[in-house]
Design a protein around this ligand. Structure first.
Ligand code: ARG
Ligand code: ASP
Length: 716
């Protein structure tokens, strides 16, 4: 009986999962081919043209790339944009001081004049995208393998130059399916983007790094910006005379709330997935790459946390660095766990066997694809030691310590300086001064010294000696950590913000000579040169061969799947993911509901724990149950989960209902599903979104920013 029932559910599941795919980040111009029918069956009421069109205004005109790695969406006819708090974090932090601590207290501009400009921030609207595969690959047929990249580059250059219309647009050509297809993306870039509002960190980052990647979640992860344009509504550099941008399209906001099985769609810019990687790559990530990086960051994070806890100034200084470092660190841990649970290496091997059988069935295929899988064996075995050294260099020398970050700012300049014209020298000096000023704003010597003392010995102890330069080995073999700090760290001008800043008021050969004799400079350059010569060059050349092999492999998979939908890995281009509102079962005996409420915030409330210290204003609103039109059945919803396939870069993406209205802002995934960048599991992969009603509640009731609400179009 039980057996039969299991068999039956198994069958239903099979039919079901193939009917409602859940997995996938689809290219909006190709939706009609496979997906729209499925989306409609799931409840979607609109058409492919409503999502993306070149002939009429469509949803794509309301979605932007926000800054370097997030998504944002327009929510008013005056250029008002919503994204995540963690996406606006740098901007909020840059405007924060101990006196005006917007991180702690939040920020709300009372009028347009108070909105704060952000020189480093821009947003990109997609004007159009086109399949340019034929044009990009033109002239490459029959040419020797190693001449093809140059042909592709030349063709792409011609295409982007033409599409950019003399700088009016930003144009890029990007490969899909490892270069089996190419798409052109043409963007309009707006550079005057001002901060309008952000809740206090105790709301916008409630739960902090403790709750990050986790469900149940109660983070009010949003911030508001406004795009400004010139008088003709065109992009312009910041100017006090600029006016709010009038968008072609903005999202209406639905207060209907979310319910199980509701259709949802996430429309944004996912950064990177690698679903086609072979079993060897997966095993290297699980066994080597992720564990190494986790170990190094374990160390760094515990040292930063100790100092941040002791001193509020250090907390502000290191807030952004800590969040970035801990974010990937925690994701990798979930990823390894998820891959193990999915038996990912085995699953991949099974697929590879299917591929082998498919290849063996036809002579043409044998000629083209039979070497692909054995090649992976060889190549990944060759890559492994270099990949380890590559990870260690990145984690420790390149990004690990503030000391080396400061050295790096001057290191490349030192070798170029003598060849620069005087006017270029002046420019370079100005840029160095600015970068150092930014750097030292987020630097505490005592903290970084501890990090340096912990990380540098790891580089020495963990790496194969053949990847370490002689002078470094000699130094480390006879020096204690204490001595290393005394003779190197404390002697270096790069650890002394005052001295280095004073020295940098001008720059000449003599000063550069002094700098190049600095002990930290000497060590950094030695590590860098040795790495570039002995690790990076080999790593890159093997990786190139792997990519070439992947191109052939994926070409085979595409053939094998002909007539069935196949989605291309995320590459920071506009994608649609669709799914439905649903909870999940993270582990045996546990069922997660699909939504959270302010009640849960109050249950976590604890003034003694930084991440769970609820602001008094929110406590008061909770006690009065003053939720206005945003509440539901006496509760105030905060977040919800759904089965949309998303990844890093999707943060800030609009979560859209069946009618095209905004119901949420995507900001995270569940920890049990973070392997979705490599392998998707429809049972456990869930995206986590902020319920848009909670954002409106905070703006309206907590911040009292009624003007902002009035700007939006709210539907019931
Ligand atoms: N995990 C989310 C993402 O990958 C949110 C990260 C920001 N939040 C944080 N607590 N560090 O970007
Ligand atoms: N939090 C991620 C982001 O910042 C989203 C994710 O990885 O799911 O884009």
């Amino acid at each position: 009986m039980i057996r039969n029932r299991l068999l039956l559910t198994g069958l239903i599941l099979l039919v079901f999962t193939s009917l409602f795919a859940k997995e996938g980040m689809w290219i909006p111009t190709l939706l009609n081919k496979y997906n729209i029918e499925e989306m409609k069956q799931m409840g979607f009421k609109l058409t492919a043209e409503d999502i993306y069109s070149v002939n009429q205004v469509s949803m794509k005109d309301a979605v932007v790339i926000f800054g370097g790695g997030c998504t944002g969406e327009l929510i008013s006819d005056q250029g008002l944009l919503i994204t995540n708090h963690h996406c606006g974090f740098d901007a909020i932090q840059n405007h924060s001081t101990v006196e005006h601590d917007y991180l702690t207290n939040g920020f709300w501009a009372k009028n347009h004049q108070e909105e704060l400009p952000n020189p480093q921030l821009s947003v990109r609207f997609l004007d159009r995208m086109d399949d340019v595969s034929e044009k990009v690959l033109a002239g490459s047929e029959g040419k020797p393998q190693d001449s093809i990249p140059a042909i592709i580059l030349r063709n792409s250059k011609r295409i982007t130059t033409e599409a950019s219309q003399k700088g009016r647009f930003e144009a890029v050509v990007q490969p899909l399916f490892y270069g089996n297809q190419y798409f052109l993306y043409v963007y309009q870039v707006f550079e005057d983007v001002r901060l309008v509002g952000a809740p206090p960190t105790s709301i916008g980052k409630f739960g902090g790094d403790t709750d990050n990647w986790m469900w149940p979640r109660h983070t009010g992860d949003f911030s508001l910006f406004r795009i400004y344009a010139n008088k003709d509504n065109q992009p312009a550099k910041y100017s006090a005379g600029n006016v709010p941008y009038k968008p072609k399209k903005f999202f209406k906001i639905s207060l209907k709330g979310v319910h199980p099985e509701d259709f949802t769609m996430v429309y944004g810019y996912p950064g990177r997935t690698q679903e086609f990687l072979p079993s060897q790559a997966i095993s290297q990530i699980m066994e080597q790459g992720d564990p190494d990086k986790i170990k190094i960051r374990d160390m760094k994070l515990s040292l930063l946390a100790a100092d941040m806890d002791k001193d509020p100034k250090v907390r502000i200084q290191y807030a952004s660095k800590y969040a970035t470092t801990s974010n990937a660190w925690k994701k990798w841990q979930g990823e390894v766990k998820g891959l193990k649970r999915l038996n990912a290496v085995n699953t991949k091997q099974n697929f590879e066997n299917e591929f082998k059988a498919w290849v063996a069935a036809e002579r043409d295929r044998k000629n083209r694809y039979s070497e692909v899988l054995p090649n992976f064996d060889k190549l990944y075995a060759q890559l492994a030691p270099y990949a380890k050294a590559y990870d260690y260099y990145g984690e420790i020398v390149q990004r690990g310590t503030d000391l080396f970050t400061a050295v790096a700012i001057l290191e490349s300049l030192e070798s170029r300086w003598a060849k620069l014209k005087p006017e270029d020298q002046a420019l370079a000096l100005k840029s160095v001064q600015q970068r150092l000023a930014d750097h030292f704003k987020e630097y505490n010597r005592a903290t970084d010294e501890k990090v340096f003392a912990a990380l540098i010995p790891m580089y020495y102890n963990d790496l194969d000696p053949r990847f370490l330069p002689e002078d470094f080995k000699a130094l480390m073999s006879k020096t204690s950590t204490e001595k290393l700090i005394n003779t190197l760290y404390r002697k270096s001008i790069f650890s002394d913000s005052i001295k280095l800043t004073a020295l940098m008021t001008d720059l000449d050969l003599k000063k550069l000579k002094t700098i190049s004799e600095d002990p930290a400079f000497i060590l950094f350059r030695s590590l860098k040169n040795f790495y570039e010569k002995n690790v990076e060059s080999n790593y890159t050349s093997i990786q190139k061969q792997i990519d070439g092999n992947l191109k052939t492999y994926v070409a085979g998979i595409m053939k094998m799947h002909e007539g069935r939908p196949l989605w291309a890995d995320a590459n920071k281009s506009l994608r649609v993911a669709y799914g439905k509102v649903e909870g999940f079962e993270p582990m045996d005996g546990v069922i997660y509901d699909y939504y959270t409420t302010v009640d849960g915030i109050m249950q976590k409330d604890n003034p003694a724990i930084y991440d769970y210290n609820v602001p008094q204003a929110l406590r008061d609103l909770y006690h009065k149950k003053d939720y206005g039109r945003y509440g539901e059945n006496g509760k105030m919803n905060v977040c919800f989960t759904a089965s949309n396939h998303t990844t890093g870069g999707n943060s800030g993406s609009p979560v859209i209902d069946a009618n095209g209205n905004l119901i949420g802002v995507n900001f995270d995934r569940s920890w049990e599903g973070t392997m979705s960048d490599l392998m998707f599991d429809p049972d456990r992969c869930r995206n986590i979104s902020l319920d848009i009603r909670y954002a409106l509640f905070i703006i309206d009731k907590l911040a009292g920013a009624k003007d902002l609400i009035d700007e939006m179009v709210v539907v019931n």
